[in-house]
Write a protein of this length. Structure first.
Length: 354
């Protein structure tokens, strides 16, 4: 009875085009943002921020970017880790080589550089699709692994190939505590999530979904495949590049090229498949599943008092994690976001059966 739009009349175009047309959704989003900003830091330890919340927020942003490409436009990509690496190394070189570089500007420029790289590797999508396109995007992953390991200029002539970022500072204020880093990442995520939500409702989102459902019919009704596919690659790479810069600067601090290998690309792909393709909310669900579940599985033998070696715990974690992924894909192939949608629909009908 509480989740209904009865009596919420829209008398102008501005009301009809809101990102969240239902009043309850708007209040829920505002409440979640307020709770994330003001309440979560009061009850969360530094370890939870470092190990769970900050990685979850950053990977949610990367998953949103990948979902725009795979879920909304239907272009399969296995090179998300490469675009994260481009964003990370671009931001690092901008900060190191330009004195006084603003941190936010560095991340935005890093995202633009990742966008250009994404456009280059998105060109094959104009002629190929499906499995062949996934192999072409996988080439971006292998190319990034090679270039960031071999070209010393990109790592500021580091002998070991690993790089370390300077202390985070924004407008003269240091960002060094876990809570400050959390707020910094949260601001990026909220802004980019709202941008993504607005994009998929507009011209670009509709053209992406038309190309995903049937590209030939989309071309017949006037949607240009060149603009639709390349814009999806560009915007997706921008989001992922900014997420890569945040991952490197805020979460890692120091890293080497192996931090953005093919496993990172596969993790991001698992996130959007489990969370739900073509759903912004599903990106959050998938990121939470991938980030939180392995840590819980790793700690479960300790909580249950079962004596297991570290190697046994690691292998058991992989086995249970893989089994749960298969289980979710069989039970709900449309992802966890579908369960969320079903719950919302039931709230609209409750307590009536029809």
């Amino acid at each position: 009875m509480l989740y209904r739009e009865n009596g919420q009349f829209k008398t102008n175009y501005r009301d009809d085009q809101q990102i969240f047309p239902i009043l309850q959704d708007r209040w829920l989003i505002i409440a979640l943002i307020v709770a994330a900003v003001a309440i979560v830091p009061l009850f969360t330890s530094d370890y939870v921020f470092r190990a769970l919340i900050i990685p979850f927020l950053i990977l949610s942003l990367a998953a949103i970017g990948l979902n725009l490409l795979v879920g909304y436009c239907g272009q399969i990509s296995l090179g998300a880790g490469a675009f994260m690496a481009v964003g990370a190394y671009a931001a690092y070189n901008l900060v190191v080589r330009i004195p006084g570089m603003n941190l936010i500007l560095a991340f935005i420029l890093a995202g633009i550089i990742a966008m250009v790289v994404g456009l280059i590797f998105g060109v094959p999508s104009l002629r190929i699709k499906g499995l062949y396109l996934s192999v072409a995007t996988l080439a971006a992953q292998f190319f990034s692994d090679w270039i960031f390991s071999r070209v010393k200029w990109l790592t500021n002539d580091s002998a070991s190939g690993s790089v370390s970022v300077p202390a985070l500072e924004l407008f003269g204020m240091k960002i060094d505590t876990p809570v400050e880093r959390y707020w910094f990442v949260l601001c990026f995520l909220v802004v980019f999530a709202l941008i993504a939500k607005n994009l998929v409702r507009g011209h670009y989102g509709r053209s992406w979904m038309a190309m995903r459902d049937m590209d030939v019919a989309a071309a017949v009704i006037g949607i240009r495949p060149l603009a639709a596919k390349l814009s999806a690659f560009a915007i997706s790479s921008f989001f992922i590049g900014v997420a890569g810069a945040l991952w490197a600067f805020v979460h890692l601090g120091s890293w080497e090229p192996a931090a953005f290998d093919v496993n990172r690309s596969l993790n991001l792909l698992f996130m959007i498949i489990i969370g739900g393709l073509g759903s912004i909310m599903g990106s959050f669900f998938g990121a939470a599943f991938i980030v939180v579940l392995p840590i819980l599985l790793n700690q479960m033998p300790t909580w249950l008092g079962i004596p297991l070696s570290t190697a046994a715990i690691t292998h058991l974690e992989f086995m249970i994690f893989g089994a749960l992924i298969v289980f979710f894909l069989i039970v709900e192939p449309h992802g966890l976001a579908r369960l969320w949608s079903i719950g919302k629909e039931k709230l609209r009908l409750w307590p009536f059966p029809h």
